[in-house]
Design a protein around this ligand. Structure first.
Ligand code: RI2
Length: 310
């Protein structure tokens, strides 16, 4: 396989959601760029830089919402080198560092977030988030007796992945359809969800349905926690950029749309939860109120206002 075909294949697996989850797509992209940088033929340093940038672009276009992808690619592609081999090594070690930091961040989020869970709590989660599951599993491992309510998360049913993971850990779990959230909310002590994007003002962009859950939690006075690595925060939102909400194929919702003449399917993959509905964002840098998101972007992502492109 040509080196660029490996990148194309990874991009295809991310687009089709064979590889999914904001964290996983970021680490898959970093690993793909590393492999590419180490194997592609290059005639000069410029040639390598250009080829790596093209490969990065292929990966970047796969999922338009997840900022984890652009943050990962920006971190991997941040290098200065005088020789081709130095550039290859710099990309490879940046990718390794990103992947290792990501793994550690999820672990740390679990430790920090689990302290907010009390013995006997019922936790509701949506979709399938590694960061959210890390919080739940850390609470379970620390000996707290907890139950989880997991939504199906239509149309891709990531909730089935979640119940499988929780089941493996021996955690008591109930599966509900997405529309049952309000019905069960009075039984819930804490909502824990992941994040695809957190903006400079603490707004959360996450799997479609999250905003409705936040609304129900607010009505029931139930705490709403977001579990997110700091690379889920979006630097570009400081510069006023809006988050693009990915619209996926209609067939994910309705297989046979052709038999209807007047029907159109809308399939937005994510929705927007205002920061007022979020009690806490649990990151590897600590548990913060959403209003502190700006500082996370400036301090953890080292974002410079001059740096307008990735
Ligand atoms: P982790 C997922 O997106 C879900 O929206 C989930 O909440 C988010 O990524 C974060 O997941 P999708 O790829 O990075 O299923 O915490 O569309 O695993």
């Amino acid at each position: 396989m040509k080196p660029i075909d490996q990148v194309r294949e990874t991009a295809e697996r991310i687009s089709s959601m064979e590889i999914r989850g904001a964290g996983r797509i970021a680490t898959a992209a970093a690993a793909s760029l590393k492999e590419y940088a180490l194997s592609v033929q290059a005639e000069s340093l410029d040639d390598l830089n250009q080829k790596a940038a093209q490969a990065a672009d292929l990966l970047l276009k796969t999922r338009p919402t997840a900022v984890s992808l652009s943050n990962a690619i920006r971190m991997v592609m941040k290098y200065e080198a005088e020789e081709i081999d130095d550039a290859r090594q710099a990309i490879a070690s940046n990718a390794d560092r990103f992947i290792e930091n990501s793994r550690r961040a999820v672990e740390k989020i679990g430790q920090i977030g689990s302290r907010r869970i009390r013995d006997g709590d019922t936790i509701l989660t949506h979709c399938n988030s590694n960061a959210a599951i890390s919080v739940i599993s850390a609470a379970h491992r620390s000996g707290k007796k907890i139950q989880v309510i997991a939504t199906e998360s239509r149309p891709r049913f990531q909730g089935i992945t979640t119940i499988g993971m929780l089941d493996q850990m021996g955690i008591e779990t109930e599966l509900i359809v997405d529309s049952a959230v309000r019905t069960v909310m009075n039984d819930v002590d804490l909502v824990v969800v992941g994040a695809d994007v957190i903006t400079a003002n603490g707004t959360l962009v996450n799997k479609i349905g999250t905003a409705q859950i936040a609304l129900c939690a607010r009505e029931a006075r139930t705490s709403f926690m977001v579990a997110a690595e700091t690379y889920k925060f979006s630097p570009m939102t400081i510069l006023g950029e809006l988050v693009t909400i990915e619209e996926r194929d209609a067939t994910e919702v309705l297989a046979d749309i052709s038999r209807y003449r007047h029907v159109r399917v809308r399939n937005p993959a994510f929705d927007v939860t205002p920061h007022q509905y979020i009690d806490l964002i649990c990151t590897e840098a600590g548990a913060i109120p959403p209003e502190m998101s700006y500082l996370i972007i400036r301090e953890r992502l080292g974002w410079d206002m001059e740096e307008e492109s990735i």
